[in-house]
Design a protein around this ligand. Structure first.
Ligand code: CP
Ligand code: NVA
Length: 300
């Protein structure tokens, strides 16, 4: 089994992963990986949290990891993705890949005989969404019925994965961003088959009743060539103290990081009492351990 997209994973499967994370957090995990299991982290884009937490997750589970920057591989000289996947499957037990183009990840997975995990593409960031849902449901003691406002760039990977995971588990989504950057139509249609997804272009309407206010960078990796245009287009959608007045009085603030203080979020909100951003980052390690255990069990 691969984990490429929230599309591939049911509500029950997500809950199984959350149960493993709960057990792990209580020190109760009985399942481990195959002895001497190895994870390859094949990354085309930069990463701090995902790379480090996957490496630590493997160490905690008794395995090893190898970080492979694609620029240092024969992929940079044109070796096909399919050959790279076939060959890596001969050496390692899992691959977590961070690719620019989601279709390259799919091609990699189609040629891999070991589980492949999406560590972020232009289309999705599923491991982040699982850590985020776990974090918010622990903080709010429920996920069903929570209203999650995703603010800013609602046309990208983090939003696609969080929206689909959220509605599959019974949350409501409010997408708040400029009309010129609408949500991905396929993810929107699919998400609306599961639950409520409202779209707004004002903070006042979009944040009304929000239990979670979630934002992400205005300039995702791969969009640097239009950085100035994007910063201007999204500038009205900054999560700051004034914007939070529109949300529920107990609303919590989330961000996958890296944060650009003064752009999508202000420093006082990021560091303030409503922010659960650092707990969210911490939970990436827990969820990655749970995902590795889950995929290992399913692949046996
Ligand atoms: N949130 C996240 O994926 O961070 P990195 O890009 O640092 O891995
Ligand atoms: N949307 C961001 C997420 C970073 C974790 C990006 O793709 O750069």
């Amino acid at each position: 089994m691969h984990l490429l997209s929230i599309k591939d994973i049911s509500r029950d499967q997500m809950n199984e992963i959350f149960d493993i994370a709960d057990e792990t957090s209580l020190g109760k995990t009985t399942t481990s990986l195959r002895e001497h299991a190895v994870l390859a982290l094949l990354f085309e884009k930069p990463s701090t949290r995902t790379r480090v937490s996957f490496e630590v997750a493997m160490a905690k589970l008794g395995g090893k990891s190898i970080y492979v920057d694609t620029k240092t591989t024969q992929m940079s000289r044109g070796e096909p993705i399919s050959d790279t996947a076939r060959m890596m499957s001969l050496y390692v037990d899992f691959v977590a890949a961070r690719m620019y183009h989601h279709e390259d990840l799919v091609e990699f997975a189609n040629n891999s005989t070991v589980p492949v995990i999406n560590a972020l593409t232009d289309l999705e960031h599923p491991t982040q969404a699982l850590a985020d849902i776990y974090t918010m449901s622990n903080a709010k003691r429920r996920i069903r019925g929570l209203r999650i406002a995703f603010v800013g760039d609602i046309a990208q990977n983090t939003c696609n994965s969080l929206m689909l995971a959220g509605v599959k588990l019974g949350a409501e989504m409010a997408l708040v961003g400029p009309k010129d950057y609408p949500p991905n139509p396929e993810y929107l249609t699919r998400s609306r088959e599961y639950g409520v997804v409202d779209i707004f272009d004002t903070m006042e309407e979009g944040l009304a009743g929000a239990d979670i206010v979630y934002t992400d960078t205005f300039v995702s990796m791969g969009n640097e060539n239009e950085a100035e245009k994007r910063k201007k287009a999204f500038s009205k959608y900054q999560v700051n103290a004034n914007a939070l007045k529109y949300a529920d009085k107990d609303a919590l603030v989330m961000h996958p990081l890296p944060a650009f203080r003064g752009q999508e979020i202000t420093a006082d909100v990021l560091e303030g009492s409503r922010s659960i951003v650092w707990e969210q980052a911490k939970n990436k390690l827990l969820l990655e351990q749970a995902i590795l255990v889950y995929l290992s069990e399913k692949s046996m």
